[in-house]
Design a protein around this ligand. Sequence first.
Ligand code: FNR
Length: 362
Amino acid sequence: MFDYIDGAAGAEISLADNAGDFARLRLKQRVMRDVSKLDASIDLFGEKMSMPLALAPIGMGGMMRKRGETQAVRAADAIGIPFCLSTVGICSLEEVAKAATRPFWFQLYMLKDRGAVSDMLKRAKAVGVKTLLFTVDLAVVGARYRDIRNGLSGGGGVFSRLRAGIVDYLLHPQWLLDVGVGGKPHVFGNLSEYVPEATTPADFRQWVDGQIDPGVTWRDIEWLRREWDGNLVIKGVLTPEDSQAAVDAGANGVVVSNHGGRQLDGVASGISALPAIAERMKGRAKILVDGGVRSGQDIVRAVASGADAALIGRPWIFALAAEGEMGLKRYLSLVKHDLGVAMALTGTTSIDEIGPEILDRP
Ligand code: FNR
């Protein structure tokens, strides 16, 4: 599980660049401004958010803690930011909706079974989802060598099966009790009715891998636009051309993302691709960015580079794995606090005031 979260594709160069490119953006300190009143809240897709941040969709999040996605949505709601449920989450749309107190977001992949896609859209709408993140950077699955080594994508020899099975269980008794025994069923909640014969995450992964449609084009997004009348955000663009195509197909926003470095190793980080995309979009679509966002300072860097908001993936899942809902609340409070400090010391009192002038470019 640790390697599944921590790892990425290939030699993990894009993974390192994601956080590295954020760190290299220097902030410009400004002093002697009245920063006694700070407001980090924004309105995005008709929703009030306490800061420009949302929890990115993470497949199998529910394997890190007992019914993990329900704990995560409660933490996100408490802090006032959106939680995005993955297509391949452990908890279903309906289970998350029961735990949620505000609308959450849903992430979908284009599956070959368009009937299942349509059906999930209807279910999402029925439980009050208003914003759909449609992930487009998974035409094929990236080569994630840590998952292969750990047998997470199937296969593996006897030694690898022992190490990732019985030995690992014995070394992690707390996880075994909390999730292994107490967190059942370990199924992909959103998909269980379409793959009734699947009983383990591995069975589901096999189905999903077979369902990934490498033939998808922008024409399919036009179809999707007709099926989904809520906010449509295309996740996984890295060029102005693709962002333009997403908007032309009817999207309300894009997520500039390299999927946390898990797809094509060697591509640009989201934060480095962002300024050119923001320039091309110029207010015609909302722009989110992810990959390497770790702190409140990074949120300021993202907004200064042209984003309306940022997503975090690994940080939230690590916080959840460490201490469940309480740990995630604590982490999000720290980020919010950091964001306040970063705003105050760059002399900005609202998110609108954060622009490229607060970056100290080398
Ligand atoms: C992901 N990501 C992802 N994206 C998506 O659209 N659907 C998914 O099911 C998943 N699953 C997933 C699992 C794990 C373990 C990780 C780490 C990532 C990508 C995710 O939404 C986001 O784009 C990145 O995680 C952002 O990068 P950071 O914040 O992890 O650096």
